[in-house]
Design a protein around this ligand. Structure first.
Ligand SMILES: C[S@@+](CC[C@H](N)C(=O)[O-])C[C@H]1O[C@@H](n2cnc3c(N)ncnc32)[C@H](O)[C@@H]1O
Length: 247
């Protein structure tokens, strides 16, 4: 997995400029995160650190980023070296990280959808739980695995595609391809049912699981218009996840 992201790290970094990432993904995610002042945050699957840095800029006192890809972390550390914010980065597989502290918030954008099996998802969630203080929250933005494949073609308007080569069942790979500046790059997500996700969340002691629809920022609406975004709102290719940990 790490080696794969090493090959697309720079292209992935560039994709943060896409209108859909900026005006929908980021807006939805930052709204979910809410007020971060005074929070200690663990960012799992932090990638090249764009969101990791935002967490610190939005007032978090301590931010630690973890990723399995050396190249993604290289890009994250490069930004940290240029403009230090005091973020710590750790190269590790989330499934084997264990407890490295007690955080008020654990976040993970587009990490869980890399779990290929229920067991892998469980290991990721055990890591989340092991690093959350009692009553802490887990927040995530993720590919919406429940999006019906018949609606995948609507994604093209937003500069990406989703495709499958066999019907959705546990572990089916979903290829997500981004198009940016005339170039394409792909990454693979894996389908696991909503039932699997919720049973894993419950088994590690999470409660109050909320699935949030994507929201378009006022700026995005003004620039592109409601009509442009309507398919995204109707078919929800991405989803926000908010969970509390039992005390
Ligand atoms: C789509 S990128 C998202 C990066 C960043 N969170 C963002 O939203 O921009 C997914 C990241 O998850 C990382 N990743 C996937 N599986 C992982 C695992 N088991 N442990 C740690 N990182 C993992 C990849 O290396 C990659 O950087």
């Amino acid at each position: 997995m790490g080696a794969y992201y090493d090959t697309i790290a720079e292209q992935y970094q560039k994709s943060s400029q896409l209108p859909v990432r900026r005006y929908v993904e980021e807006y939805t995610y930052l709204n979910l995160l809410g007020n971060l002042s005074g929070k200690s945050i663990l960012d799992l699957g932090c990638g090249e650190g764009s969101y990791t840095r935002k967490l610190k800029q939005l007032g978090a006192t301590r931010v630690v980023g973890v990723d399995i890809s050396e190249k993604m972390l290289f890009l994250a550390r490069e930004k940290e070296d240029k403009e230090p914010l005091g973020i710590e980065y750790i190269l590790s597989d989330v499934t084997t990280l264990g407890s490295i502290g007690s955080f008020s918030l654990v976040v993970a954008s587009y990490l869980l959808n890399h779990a290929q099996t229920k067991e892998q998802l469980l290991k990721m969630c055990q890591t989340i739980s092991a690093n959350l203080e009692p009553g802490g929250r887990f927040l995530s933005i993720s590919s919406n695995l429940s999006q019906p494949p018949s609606s995948y073609p609507i994604c093209e308007k937003y500069s990406f595609t989703k495709s499958i080569s066999s019907p959705l069942q546990e572990g089916t790979p979903i290829t997500v391809t981004f198009k940016i500046d005339g170039q394409k790059f792909s990454l693979i997500n894996y389908y696991l049912s909503l039932h699997t996700y919720e049973s894993v969340f419950h088994s590690v002691g999470f409660k109050e699981i909320r699935w949030h629809p994507p929201r378009v920022s006022p700026e995005g609406l003004q620039k592109f218009g409601q009509d442009f975004w309507q398919d995204f709102i109707d078919y929800q290719p991405i989803v926000g996840i908010e969970i509390s940990k039992l005390n």
